[in-house]
Ligand binder design. Sequence first.
Ligand code: PNS
Length: 159
Amino acid sequence: MSTVLYPGSFDPIHFGHLDVVAQAAELFGNVVVAVMHNPDKPSGTLSTDERVRIAREACASISGVTVQAFAGLAVDAAQSVNALCIVKGLRTPGDFEVEQQMAHTNFAVAGVRTVYVPCQPGLSHVSSRFIRDIAAHGGDVSSMVPPVVAAALASAQRS
Ligand code: PNS
């Protein structure tokens, strides 16, 4: 049984992320879902505290999973929880290109390895960006996120 770190923006967490969390928990035992900042992405709809809150609720039924916010580098977060490696999900060849560069960089600067988990084929279209966009226009995101996330997005739109 090992601990792995699954870092991401999770803005918001969705069924694709939850599939990766479930696979990683089955493979490794303990998964720390690390809610982090991506400097390449504009701040989304939900605060970090809100992203952590709904990720905790969404992951509650998967045993061995904890959710924490981390500032700074993913490699420092991984080392702070004694993670065996970082886990990332892959949906598309485009994901692989981005993730491979990050994985090589994280190994080069800190010796932290990355293991990729392929998402289920039926989830490859699911993305936080599109979910935010659809929710902002009052669309139905219930096929892509659990109810707690849909409710948080709807509430964010009202405030
Ligand atoms: O869900 P995302 O937005 O694809 O996650 C990207 C994230 C947050 C994992 C990435 O931006 C990250 O690792 N941020 C922490 C800062 C860091 O470690 N930067 C160096 C990356 S090689």
